[in-house]
Design a protein around this ligand. Structure first.
Ligand code: MG
Length: 336
């Protein structure tokens, strides 16, 4: 559920993920959740997990431990036992007494429910005009049985700028850096242009081979696949498959970026070197950087394209083919 004005940043944040279209939210949290649930009416899932996007550190394990409660309960919520001593005060701040903390819990999300029961409960709350602070309260009001699963202290809610700074420090320390390398060569033959980094460059010859023979995008794709341990371009897009004949190599890089995103990873940088005597690369470098950044969905500042000759030595020096090298750095969640 998103604010309609946030659509652009939502789309940037979820690029490459296989998600249902977002539902527009309402004026309150409760309205937003109900609208989200209503948008699922057609899909009619058995279970639904309601989660605050402001808690980005939830784990798969926590979701599993909640869902396992659903056969015996209408709902299950993540919560932490209260460990601090609780004081009750007068309005002045003077202490009246100590509140026993036994069996007191701090509710988190996700909160999972049988779909139809929580949807009915939300509609009931709407009709009654009641205002609740979480979905478990909506469920309790409808008489549903909800149980608690011990959540995780890392599953923090980011509400203040200080929370955000702490989360960023934590993330920066928690992500693993991985490096991948790619290398590719394509033969030059009859033709009137070459594709390099997704840019069409007029030339007296063309590159032959797999897809549009964009040797640079192939090297970048292989480097990215290498960084995440996902094989190579040939294992995802076999050269024997006629489907890829003449294909735009941007497809391959987009696919690799999608695999990275699915694992919650991010691209740090792409550095690529083209090795050829001709055509001259320099005039096309800005366009190449822009195109690679666009395909990989990263800022241009994270993309570098360089070129060198081999002093007329070897196959590249004799103009028989063009080679490309690439190094890609990514960040992956720990333990991935
Ligand atoms: Mg290739």
């Amino acid at each position: 559920v998103i604010h309609p004005e946030d659509r652009e940043s939502y789309e940037a944040a979820t690029a490459g993920l296989d998600l249902l279209p977002p539902a527009p939210g309402g004026a309150t949290r409760q309205d937003s959740v109900r609208l989200g649930l209503e948008s699922l009416r057609q899909a009619a899932p058995d279970a639904v997990a309601i989660h605050d996007a402001a808690r980005p550190f939830l784990s798969h394990d926590l979701i599993d431990r909640l869902l396992i409660k659903l056969p015996s309960h209408s709902g299950a919520i993540a919560a932490l036992p209260v460990t601090d001593t609780l004081k009750k005060t007068r309005e002045s701040g003077d202490v009246i007494g100590t509140v026993p903390r036994t069996r007191l819990w701090r509710a988190q999300t996700p909160q999972v429910f049988r779909f139809h029961e929580i949807l009915d409960a939300h509609e009931k709350a709407l009709t009654a005009g009641a205002d609740f602070t979480d979905d478990a309260a909506v469920a309790e009001n409808a008489g549903l049985n909800v149980t608690i699963v011990e959540g995780s202290p890392e599953n923090v809610k980011i509400t203040t700028p200080e929370d955000m700074a702490r989360a960023e420090r934590w993330l920066a320390g928690g992500l693993e850096t991985r490096v991948g390398q790619g290398f590719d060569v394509h033969r030059l033959g009859p033709g009137d242009h070459v594709m390099l980094c997704g840019v069409r460059i007029p030339h007296t010859q063309g590159l032959l081979g797999h897809s549009d023979a964009d040797v640079a995008l192939h090297a970048i794709t292989d480097a990215l696949l290498g960084a995440i341990g996902e094989g190579d371009i040939g294992s995802h897009f076999p050269p024997s498959d006629p489907k890829w004949l003449g294909a735009d190599s941007a497809l391959f890089l987009s696919h690799a970026v999608g695999l990275l995103r699915q694992r919650g990873g991010g691209l740090s940088n792409i550095d690529t070197t083209l090795i050829c005597e001709a055509p001259k690369i320099a005039p096309y470098r800005p366009a190449m950087i822009a195109r690679v950044a666009q395909i990989a969905e990263v800022p241009e500042s994270q993309v570098s394209v360089k070129a060198t000759t081999t002093e007329r030595l070897g196959f590249a020096g004799r103009g028989e083919g063009i080679a490309a090298l690439s190094t890609v750095t990514v960040r992956l969640p720990p333990g991935d």
